[in-house]
Write a protein that binds this ligand. Structure first.
Ligand code: UD1
Length: 353
């Protein structure tokens, strides 16, 4: 069967970044339908990514919004079934590890529609993370596993999934490298006086426990230099709920950054403190020291050579952010910026039963 129609399902900020090069690569090669679940709805987490990265507007917007995991995923599952019935895709393409990914996968497999999982094979081995449930379940249900790294290929093999796996590289690297070259001359998107660290915190395991969040915010506020904290709405909501102040000590809070602004800020910074997967990788690609406030990372390549270090004990944060830059160049474990073309080849060259 010839592949005529691919339906991409996205819903959360990092998925829009991944969609950008994939939409470009699929354009003119097949009918590409974009479905936005509405998991992220703030303009700064959604619309500006479509504008800045020249992504075609979604063909379908489900407007699901926030909610507890079951209710949010269930609402998406039901709405996506109706979309797939109308669109009848040859592939449903899902991105990463969000509730939008899991919902689309479930809806598709139950309709016997082929599912391709972009960013397959990542593992934290931390079964308390919602993202880990989502990515493991998706990998085991999907028909084509598009792995970003050789490590992901090996992890999928350990789970008996080799025959469905194709190594394509990391599509976020495609975007990061292209945007780096475009923004080099742009002004830094906030006023800052001298050296600074760029910080983001949004993961449930860091934000949803008041004591944990208080320690993180306290540790960041007492670092040895300015910290620009680009605050995700989840962080703002949780800090306010627990009566914690974000803007204190060396911390200066800014709204979530658009993608080109983020890359510009990262280039201007002397390092990163984060729990975001994407930002760990972007820091690595742009050779900025990253300190990750988590006990593990899915992007283990960033740890090699010391560009990224995990901070599982917050008492070590101040020392970790002061470490010198590694001598080793970061290398190219995520590809050289051509992953989206390989994704398109894998989808369109696939022989479907
Ligand atoms: C989701 C993903 C996470 C990804 C992150 C990127 C899941 C389980 N998690 O986490 O893997 O790293 O996106 O940002 O899918 N909110 C707003 N406006 C929005 C979106 C969210 O105010 O546009 C607030 C709401 O209070 C909401 C909370 O943030 O309840 C959490 O949002 P949600 O999309 O459920 O999870 P994220 O933390 O963004």
């Amino acid at each position: 069967m010839t592949v005529r129609r691919v339906v991409s399902v996205v819903g959360a900020r990092p998925q829009f970044v991944k969609l950008a090069p994939v939409a470009q690569a699929l354009m003119a090669r097949c009918d590409h339908v974009i479905v936005h679940t509405g998991q992220h709805y703030d303009a700064r987490l959604s619309d500006i990514f479509f504008e800045d990265l020249a992504i075609p507007s979604p063909n379908v917007h489900l407007g699901i919004g926030s909610g507890p995991h079951g209710a949010q995923t269930g609402a998406m599952l039901s709405a996506l079934e109706a979309v797939f019935l109308t669109e009848r895709p040859d592939w449903v393409l899902v991105y990463g590890d969000t509730n939008s990914t899991l919902a689309a996968t479930l809806a598709a497999v139950k309709m016997r529609l082929p599912v391709a999982h972009l960013e397959a094979g990542l593992r934290s081995f931390n079964r308390t993370m919602p993202e880990e449930h989502n990515r493991v379940l998706t990998d085991h249900a999907a028909d084509l596993l598009l792995a970003p790294t050789q490590n992901a290929v090996a992890l999928l093999a350990n789970e008996g999934l080799s025959d469905r796996t194709v190594h394509v590289g990391d599509v976020m690297t495609d975007v990061c490298l292209a945007v780096r070259d475009e923004v080099a001359g742009d002004p830094v998107p906030f006023e800052v006086d001298g050296e600074f660290l760029l910080a983001t915190i949004h993961r449930a395991e860091n934000t949803d426990d008041p004591e944990r969040l208080a320690s993180i915010l306290g540790s960041i506020a007492s670092l040895d230099r300015q910290v620009v904290l680009a605050a995700h709405p989840r962080l703002v909501a949780k800090a306010s709920e627990f009566g914690l102040k974000l803007d204190r000590g060396v911390v200066r809070v800014v709204a979530p950054l658009a993608y080109p602004q983020l890359i510009r800020a990262l280039l201007a910074s002397s390092g990163v403190v984060t729990d975001s997967g994407g930002l760990q990788k972007e820091a690595f690609l742009l050779e900025r020291i990253c300190t990750t406030i988590r006990t593990e990372t899915e992007w283990v390549e960033t740890l090699e050579g010391g560009w990224n270090r995990l901070c599982s004990d917050l008492r070590n944060l101040a020392v970790l952010v002061r470490r010198p830059e590694p001598a080793a160049v970061a290398g190219a474990p995520y590809g050289r910026g051509d992953a989206a073309a390989l994704v398109a080849d894998a989808l369109l060259g696939a022989r479907l039963a």
